[in-house]
Write a protein that binds this ligand. Sequence first.
Ligand code: C5P
Length: 234
Amino acid sequence: MQRDVIIACDFKSAEDTFKFLDLFRDEARKPFLKIGMELFYAEGPEIVREIKRRGHKIFLDLKLHDIPNTVKKAMAVLSRLDVDMCNVHAAGTIEMMKAALEGLTRADGTRPLLIAVTQLTSTSEERMRSELLIDASINDTIVKYAQNTRDAGLDGVVCSPLEAGMVHAACGEGFLTITPGVRFADGDVADQVRVTTPARAREIGSDFIVVGRPITAAEDPVAAYRRCVAEFVG
Ligand code: C5P
């Protein structure tokens, strides 16, 4: 799997998104983009189609978590949208993840990559214990959820770049790690806590880094994207 930089398009509207994407019109390398809930719920599937028409790969980050039959049917719809990567919550169980994979697989056997969220980075060990009644450590939980994800036949997990080595050790080098929380060494951390640079993420073994504000809020987003690619992809 080729390492790549995925830009998180955390914009509120199609207008803002296309204003940003227009900056990349002349780039030889069309950036891989992440579309999340805010933009998808605001603009619907048409924004996915339009971005595909412009030649970008898309990670549709909708984090599905429901009964297996519902997830399977929803995934079949997303698969017809021709996205390149989508995701579910591993907490939905192995059965749900298998159903997601089935729904996603097209008649000709092809399908987008499917990855799972283990524990959200916003969930602390303390809250896991007091609210979710999970007594295991956060790292043990992440490894177990990653193993469940692999056993269900999915392609990888979203995790912190600092956890990518641990996940690869438990699930194999071919199991993908998609990692947000990336900042330039001289950049603003904003609200992220456990961050690392694109170069360090590469050393630890991330397969894809998801980068939002260091690119979208940069004075020159194209230059920031190029810098990310140079550091991470090489
Ligand atoms: O702007 P920034 O680089 O912090 O954006 C990171 C992106 O990755 C955002 O879309 C954020 O929602 C997402 N993300 C994250 N941490 C997670 C999962 C997703 O930052 N654990």
